[in-house]
Write a protein that binds this ligand. Structure first.
Ligand code: SAH
Length: 204
């Protein structure tokens, strides 16, 4: 599937019915999701691989990975309602994804997921709850040798420090994340947040 086609297909995904601010439920827009996925595909990190999406929300990243040839895809989210929507989206787009309701902080989760080849994720940026992204990074590094994650632009130094000795950032791809007015504390109809996609390689 070509990039443009992937993007168009991912536009059909149904979003959060009632997004929850505390969980930072912002669906990755199709162009940004397609960019992350295509980039990972070109790096050889998707085709035939076991791909895990942490904080899978309504499923855009997990479903996209399945559509471009992942061998198996697992998505995890703590919100059962989001998982329900993700399952309906996967059925609509005929994508084979196993969605699991679980909190990334659950110590048993890495055993349940088993090892993955590649993690793809758009974790909470920690805007509502400081350091909410840390358990996502920790779990990603414990289950997969390669992780693609979306962060606020300017996070690279923090991520570098936080993962020192455990991983290396070997690539940074910039992008924008248009956020539509979703929560009462949003003051604009659409706000463009600058983001970066980092590729983390786990140290042996
Ligand atoms: N990956 C999706 C959703 C991103 S929003 C996308 O790209 O569109 C972040 C997601 O993380 C939300 O769906 C939220 O429910 C989930 N989340 C937040 N905290 C979590 C936790 N501790 N464990 C598992 N999922 C969590």
């Amino acid at each position: 599937m070509k990039l443009k086609r992937l993007e168009m297909t991912l536009q059909r995904i149904t979003g959060f019915s009632r997004p929850r601010a505390a969980l930072e439920q912002y669906q990755t827009p199709a162009p940004l999701a397609a960019r992350l996925l295509y980039h990972a595909l070109m790096k050889g990190d998707i085709e035939g691989k076991v791909v895990c999406d942490l904080g899978s929300g309504t499923g855009v990243l997990a479903i996209g990975a399945a559509l471009i040839g992942a061998g198996a895809v697992k998505g995890v989210d703590s919100d059962p309602k989001a998982v329900e929507i993700a399952q309906a989206n996967a059925a609509l787009l005929d994508a084979g994804v196993e969605f699991i309701v679980a909190d990334v902080q659950d110590a048993a989760l890495s055993g349940i997921l088993g090892s993955c080849d590649t993690v793809i994720m758009n974790p909470p940026f920690g805007a509502q709850k400081a350091h909410a992204d840390r358990p996502f990074i920790d779990l990603a590094l414990s289950i997969a040798p390669v992780t693609y994650s979306i962060f606020n632009a300017g996070s690279t130094q923090f991520i570098k420090t936080y993962t020192a000795g455990r991983a290396e950032i070997d690539e940074r791809v910039g992008g924008v994340f248009p956020i539509k007015r979703t929560f009462s504390f949003h003051t604009q109809d659409v706000q463009e947040i600058e983001v970066e996609i980092l590729r983390l390689i786990r140290k042996q």
